[in-house]
Ligand binder design. Structure first.
Ligand code: PLP
Length: 219
């Protein structure tokens, strides 16, 4: 199958998963994850009408997206990978949404970069639902206080929560935990689910899924 055919198949499966969860397909967005794929690989999906993309490294995104953005002016680009504070200004200049705010230092750096650039990006808080030491994200128990800090002390626009469940576990309980934390924090957006588990994530309330390899092929 071509990349565009794979893209259409994922979109169809997402719609089906939404309907079987008694949700509206238009309430579940697809962040097409393009990390490691070059512009020629991505372009057919844009030409097929898709506009929402995710990258996990600032530097890699800087090499691909400015040219595509000037060609297609309504693209929305999400940063879904870890951010270092010395890259905050670059990230603010390039992305529309930062999905990986997970500690005070980066929240403060983003706030400063947004003020300097006079640009407001929407943000998600990344939660380490599995408390994995090697993984980014705030601990579940600290999430509510951190959301409150980001919103009320820094004035960041926090839209929702994001998680990456442990690779070797059933993702359902992790998605349920993220949904519960979002509800407690008064947040309505949930970024969860990847190529292997996006249908499960939709069942648990994902408002966006981040799918790479199922569309673009293995990396
Ligand atoms: C790479 C990546 C994805 C997409 O993963 P696939 O398994 O290729 O769908 C989703 N979220 C994050 C944070 C990623 O880094």
């Amino acid at each position: 199958m071509s990349v565009v055919e794979q893209y259409r198949e994922i979109r169809a499966k997402m719609d089906k998963a939404a309907r079987s969860a008694k949700r509206k397909p238009e309430d579940v967005h697809l962040v097409a994850v393009t990390k490691t794929f070059d512009v020629d690989h991505i372009r057919p999906v844009i030409e097929a009408g898709h506009r929402l993309f995710g990258e996990n490294r600032v530097q890699e995104a800087q090499q691909k997206w400015p040219a595509l953005r000037s060609e297609f002016n309504d693209i929305e680009l999400h940063l879904i990978g870890p951010l270092q504070s010395n890259k905050a200004e670059d990230a603010v200049a390039l992305f529309d949404v930062i999905e990986t705010v997970d500690r005070e230092k980066i929240a403060r750096a983003l706030k400063a970069a947004m003020e300097k650039a006079d640009r407001t990006l929407r943000c998600y808080i990344q939660v380490n639902t599995g408390l994995e030491p090697q993984k980014a994200g705030i601990a579940p128990n600290d999430t509510l206080a951190f959301v409150d800090f980001c919103r009320n002390e820094l004035g960041l626009v926090i839209e929702g929560l994001m998680c990456i469940p442990p690779a070797d576990e059933n993702p359902g309980p992790h998605f349920a935990l993220l949904a519960k934390l979002a509800k407690e924090a008064g947040l309505t957006k949930l970024s969860m689910g990847m190529s292997g588990d996006y249908e499960t994530a939709i069942e648990f309330g994902a408002t966006s899924v981040r799918v790479g390899s199922a569309i673009f092929g293995s990396r």
